[in-house]
Structures are given as structure tokens and as C-alpha cells.
Design a protein around this ligand. Structure first.
Ligand code: ATP
Ligand code: MG
Length: 496
């Protein structure tokens, strides 16, 4: 074995690429088998793995004169000596295969290898048979003995450990890749306005600490997105971020969601259930819509925060976990505290740090980059080559006040991209209400002068439209001089 144990050789390479990784495992199995064959004085040996989907046994590694030819064959589980061992999970020693009904002679005949005796053992990970190792024909024409089986078992265990480690390693690598993708792609907070920049820098500052954080802000402003950012910028990033929407469950269910329960804890508790607090151990729990929690749940949560322990429903064993809590609400939680709807002591425990997500109205300067970001996402999703937002459509979005915030904008663009059919998004493709004249949707964030000019432009356009482009008539209705109207038309760039 040349002092090469499977664990050591794997540790040598930190993050191999897929191909070299498979090669490494293959080479390792080959070495295990080669030394096994040498020590057993076997003329040939093979390692076969079960494909769990097809239940076929495939030759993975082989030694001996026909080691390349053999690889084109496969057996069914239950077929031949190897298939029998794979099915039964017990070692098998056949001193003379020609006298054993289980032997599948076709393979030996086709590759022209005369088989006399076989020693075969299962390859197990835990209780599960993942394949078999077999040694064929002892040198000098002897047959294998019972005592040889012990030795083969050592080799099959070594091979199983190598395979198991490789599988775990591969899984870890895949998970790692998934996390990285999540980090890079989906949790990008778009926007450069001073308001959002401050939020992001506050979030990054608190990320490192354990501080319980309360995120406030209207619906659709990106509170959950921010919670993810905090988690992923924190030292807990490699652990779970577990989300629980407190508004989504009635009180009794919320309790088992959070704390879990033992089997039989209540009618219908057919099995034990692990709560989100336990799942989030070492990680972060995001309690969304926290203000919707009932009074008694608030009391229970407070106790957990104070004592640092909780109990699964129906159990007396205290569970202690290490979690970071981030909570969010779109309600005016301070007003709730004032009017007794939310416990003051819990409020102060939760808002060690408080971050306010600005509404889209408060950061209109981000609207254009957000709109382009979503247009691009949906363009790709729908498979269009290009998608441009016209100035008029952008104007319309700027004038709208977005009560549903970024989520509403996102939905509006999804629809607009479909309506725009892969070319342009025009104002009429945007589903928002035409509420420009309503006082509720008055534009904010611009000077009075600019707002007045905007209004004048719209007003003149509407009057011209009304008179079919007749300027004299429009001037008369608006009670202004015809020459003054013409000057306004060119000043505001109104199309005639
Ligand atoms: N700054 C941003 N950049 C990119 N996408 C954003 C941004 N803010 C919000 N979004 C997107 O808008 C949608 C709503 O965000 P999110 O779910 O985080 O809002 P919320 O404040 O939790 O809303 P609610 O209170 O309704 O639960 C999500 O799809 C999110 O990805
Ligand atoms: Mg949310």
C-alpha cells in the first residue's frame, strides 16, 4: 500500500476540478486493487459499482491481463457471482466456478479468460452495498481459501472509504459552489442613492457582530434581501439562513415551527419535528413580519432571547442554540408598542440595531437602474435579444409613486417586457394606474419649479390633443396668447 491511505491522498488537493477529481479517485481505487491482487496472489481483480438507478453493476477498475476488455461489460444485481454478492451483501468464495450455478460464464468466454476460482466481497458504505470487489484465480493454480476473505474485506473497506470520502467531498464542493452563486447573483442590492448606500453600509457594519437587527420599511422595499446580505456578509455565511414568516402560521403551528415538537406532543403530532431555531443553530434566523406575532408567542420568544434556551413541544430537555436573529416588519412597530400591540421589552431586545429600508419614493434616483436591472433579468428569462426602455416609459415610471415599492416595479417590468415583445418598453406597456393627475401620485424629490414645468408641459399637451393640434383654439381655451403658446411649445419641446 506504500503508506497511501485514502484520506491522506485526498487532503493533498484542496479543491480539485471535477475531471481531475474523478481521475484521482479512479487512480486510488486502482492502487488499492493492485496491491490487493498482489497480496492475494490473484491473477486478476475487479471493482464493480452498483448504479442505483439502473441496478446495473459496472466494472470501474480492473487488474490482470484482460483489464481493459472487461470494462465493456456489466451485470445486473443478482446476476453472476458479483451480482449475487451485491444483492446478498455477504462475501462468497467459489473454489471451482464451473461447478457453481451462479457463475455467469459469458463474460469469461467472450474475453477469453479462463476463470477457476473467485473470492468476492461486498463494498459497503454503512449498511448499503454500493458495489463488490472480486479476486480471480490464485497464482499457481490453487484456489482461494476462507482465510483469504478476511484480507479481501480489508481492501474492500479501504475502497469504500475512498469512495465515501470522495462523494462527501464532491457534495461539499457542489454546496460550496451553490452558495457562491447565490452570493454573487441573487442578492445584489441595486442602487446608488445616498439612502440605499447608507443602508448597505450599516448592514455590512452590523454583519460582523452578533447584534440582533430589526429591519423596518414598507412592503416590497427589500427587507428580506437585506437580511440575506447581512447573513452573507457575516462570519455565519457558511451556515444556514432560516426564514420564518410569522404571519403565515396560526399561533399553535408557529410554536412548533419555531421550537419543534416531540412525537405525540399534541393530537396529530405523528412524528418528531425539528424547529427552525434548531435548524438555524450556528447560523441566522430571519423572523419576517414579526409584528404579526400574538402576545403569547411574543412572551415565549422573549423568554428564549433572555434565557438562551428553549424546549421542543412535549419535551423537558432544554436546547441551547447559537443563533443570530434578524427580524423585520412593515408595520409601524413603535406605534404598536405605544398602543400595547407589541411588547416593549421584546421590541428593545430585537432592535439592538435598527435599519430602515427607504421606500422607492425616497430613492427615485435608483429607479432607472432598478428598472434596467429587472428589464434585463426578464429579457433573458423570456429569451429576447434586446429590450430597451423608452424615455417616455422611464418618465412615466418616475412620475408614479410606487406604493408597492421595488416589488411592484419588478412586477410591472415583468409584464412590460412581455408587452414590449423583445423590442421596446413604451408607456402603454406599463400596467400602473394612469394616476398622474391624482394628488396622491404627485411627484416628489424635485423642485417646485421643475414640478410646475412638468405640469405645464402635460397641460399643454393635453389641450393640444383635445383640439386636434389646433393651437389657436387651445390658446383660447387656456386663456393665453397664441404667440405665448408657441413659445411654450418650443421651450418644452412639445411635439406638434
Ligand atoms: N435594491 C434592490 N435591488 C434589487 N432587487 C430588489 C431590491 N430591493 C428589492 N428587490 C426585489 O424586490 C422584491 C421584494 O423584496 P423583498 O422581498 O426583500 O421585500 P420585503 O421588504 O421583504 O417585502 P414584504 O414586506 O412585502 O415582505 C424581491 O424580489 C427583491 O429581490
Ligand atoms: Mg418580506
Amino acid at each position: 500500500m506504500k503508506n497511501r491511505n485514502p484520506k491522506k491522498s485526498k487532503e493533498k488537493k484542496p479543491v480539485p476540478r471535477d475531471a481531475s477529481f474523478e481521475e484521482d479517485l479512479h487512480r486510488l481505487l486502482e492502487m488499492i486493487l493492485e496491491s490487493g491482487a498482489r497480496m492475494m496472489c490473484a491473477k486478476a481483480s475487479s471493482l464493480l459499482l452498483v448504479n442505483p438507478k439502473t441496478q446495473n453493476l459496472n466494472f470501474k477498475v480492473a487488474t490482470g491481463a484482460k483489464k481493459d476488455e472487461i470494462k465493456q461489460f456489466s451485470l445486473r444485481v443478482g446476476e453472476g457471482i458479483a451480482g449475487h454478492v451485491a444483492r446478498e451483501g455477504e462475501p462468497l468464495l467459489i473454489r471451482d466456478v464451473s461447478r457453481d450455478k451462479r457463475w455467469y460464464r459469458q463474460i469469461s468466454e467472450q474475453i477469453g479468460f479462463k476463470t477457476y476460482s473467485i473470492a468476492c466481497v461486498p463494498l459497503k458504505v454503512g449498511d448499503k452495498v454500493i458495489g463488490v470487489v472480486e479476486f480471480i484465480n490464485k497464482e499457481g493454480g490453487e484456489s482461494f481459501q476462507e482465510s483469504d476473505l478476511d484480507l479481501i474485506s480489508v481492501f474492500s473497506e479501504l475502497a469504500a472509504v475512498a469512495i465515501e470520502n470522495a462523494q462527501k467531498f464532491k457534495l461539499a464542493e457542489l454546496e460550496n459552489r451553490g452558495l457562491k452563486q447565490e452570493l454573487n447573483v441573487s442578492h445584489e442590492i441595486i442602487g446608488e442613492s445616498p439612502a440605499i448606500s447608507r443602508v448597505v453600509s450599516d448592514a455590512l457594519r452590523v454583519a460582523d457582530s452578533m447584534a440582533t437587527t430589526l429591519i423596518l420599511g414598507e412592503s416590497g422595499t427589500g427587507k428580506e434581501l437585506l437580511a440575506r446580505l447581512i447573513h452573507q456578509a457575516s462570519p455565519r455565511r457558511d451556515r444556514h439562513l432560516v426564514t420564518l414568516n410569522c404571519a403565515a402560521f396560526p399561533e399553535t403551528l408557529l410554536e412548533t415551527e419555531l421550537f419543534g415538537n416531540e412525537k405525540g406532543a399534541f393530537t396529530g403530532a405523528t412524528g418528531a419535528k425539528i424547529g427552525k431555531f434548531e435548524l438555524a443553530d450556528q447560523g441566522t434566523i430571519f423572523l419576517d413580519e414579526i409584528a404579526e406575532m400574538s402576545h403569547s408567542m411574543q412572551a415565549k420568544l422573549l423568554r428564549v432571547l433572555q434565557d438562551g434556551i428553549f424546549y421542543r413541544l412535549g419535551s423537558n430537555t432544554p436546547i441551547s442554540v447559537d443563533i443570530r436573529i434578524i427580524a423585520a416588519t412593515n408595520r409601524d412597530i413603535f406605534a404598536e408598542v405605544k398602543n400595547g400591540g407589541f411588547r416593549e421589552d421584546l421590541y428593545y431586545r430585537l432592535n439592538v440595531v435598527e435599519i430602515y429600508m427607504p421606500s422607492l419614493r425616497e430613492r427615485k434616483s435608483d429607479l432607472s437602474s432598478l428598472a434596467k436591472h429587472f428589464a434585463e433579468i426578464f429579457r433573458k428569462e423570456k429569451g429576447y435579444d434586446s429590450m430597451e426602455i423608452t424615455d417616455e416609459a422611464m418618465d412615466k415610471m418616475m412620475r408614479y409613486d410606487w406604493p408597492g415599492n421595488v416589488r411592484e416595479l419588478q412586477n410591472a417590468l415583468e409584464r412590460a417586457v412581455v408587452m414590449g415583445q423583445g423590442k421596446q418598453i413604451k408607456p402603454e406597456d406599463l400596467p400602473m394606474l394612469q394616476s398622474e393627475s391624482s394628488i396622491d401620485s404627485m411627484p416628489v424629490g424635485m423642485t417646485l419649479q421643475k414640478a410646475v414645468n412638468e405640469f405645464k408641459k402635460k397641460f399643454i399637451e393635453a389641450n393640444l390633443k383635445n383640439t386636434g393640434g389646433n393651437q389657436s383654439r387651445a390658446a383660447e381655451i387656456m386663456d393665453i396668447q397664441r404667440t405665448y403658446l408657441s413659445r411654450l411649445i418650443s421651450r418644452y419641446g412639445i411635439k406638434k
